[in-house]
Design a binder for this molecule. Structure first.
Ligand code: GUN
Length: 303
């Protein structure tokens, strides 16, 4: 395998987390202790693993974590009440509501209830709108992590043609907005696109976020493309269970100039940027409390 083509998400995430830890220590010296509240409703096994990892990483970064595990039959009113309490609690800087939610809870209603300044997932419409206007708001963690990997790999992204495969609210749409903000020409392909493969073959940058194992092979890729694989799909193969991406890695590798592996590519970036968003939220809230009438950037700098 040509390892020089591999984009090492684990190493980049470790670097981001080390910087966050450093910045958290500096904040603590100023009497500010960043805190993240994580809410899990129900017992979805994958969500339980994600939430456990988020809490662990927070502790490692020196961020105080508050864990709320609610039963699967929690009502919407009960969840909204908890969110309102966390919004009002000045000692809580970030609120993460793990998705998916049980059927009795309206996802949009619950996400809209989180105060935009504490919305470390960047899912509130005020943050979504702010991103589409190119403002400096809290942005979704996975696409923000993908941008870090792309900027580390390619440098300036200006003028590049990026194709995003998938249009979910969590990855595809914010990914397209972030690439546009970085001055790329952006195409979003999805299930209704006519000849998605031909569109994708024009891309300098491909971001695959469809949730279909190994859908994207060499036929989809222009020689020398940079490929970011957001997919994490569990499949049974040769009698064992394994994780694969949306990209057929072995087929793609000879054609690309760089590619993220699965696992070890995009995966670790999501949590790293959740921690970074919590730090940013803490700094912005401290700034707002110190200077309530000012709209200037926070005085504490974040790398
Ligand atoms: N479920 C799957 N991905 C995510 C994410 O990025 N944030 C939240 N809150 N839930 C998720």
């Amino acid at each position: 395998m040509n390892s020089s083509k591999l984009i090492d998400g684990k190493a980049v995430a470790a670097r981001v987390l080390a910087q966050v830890k450093n910045d958290v220590q500096a904040l603590k010296r100023d009497g500010i202790e960043p805190a993240l509240a994580v809410i899990l409703v129900g017992q979805d096994p994958a969500s339980q693993v994600y939430v456990r990892n988020k809490i662990l990483r927070a502790e490692e970064a020196g961020i105080r974590s508050l864990e709320y595990r609610l039963s699967a039959d929690t009502t919407q009113a009960q969840l909204l009440k908890l969110i309102a309490e966390l919004n009002d609690d000045d000692s809580v800087n970030g609120i993460l509501l793990q998705l998916p939610l049980p059927a009795q809870i309206e996802e949009t209603r619950a996400l809209q209830a989180i105060a935009p300044g504490k919305d470390v997932d960047g899912f509130h419409s005020e943050n979504v709108g702010g991103l589409s206007q190119g403002r400096n708001v809290l942005t979704p963690c996975t696409p923000t992590g993908c941008m870090q990997l792309l900027e580390d790999t390619c440098g300036d992204l200006s003028g590049k043609h990026a194709v995003v495969i998938g249009r979910s609210n969590i990855v595809g749409k914010p990914m397209a907005a972030l690439l546009l903000k970085a001055h790329c020409s952006v195409t979003v392909v999805h299930s209704r696109s006519v000849d998605a493969q031909a569109l994708c073959r024009q891309a300098d940058i491909v971001v695959a976020a469809v949730g279909r194992p190994r859908m994207i092979d060499a036929r989809w890729l222009k020689p020398g493309a940079v490929v970011i694989d957001v997919g994490i799909n569990r499949i049974e193969e040769d009698g064992r269970s394994r994780l694969v991406g949306d990209v057929d890695f072995d087929s793609a590798l000879p054609h690309v100039s760089a590619i993220t592996p699965v696992p070890g590519g995009v995966g670790p970036m999501t949590i790293a940027f959740l921690m970074k968003n919590t730090l940013i939220a803490a700094v912005q809230q401290a700034h707002a409390q110190a200077q309530p009438a000012s709209s200037e950037a926070p005085c504490l700098s974040i790398s």
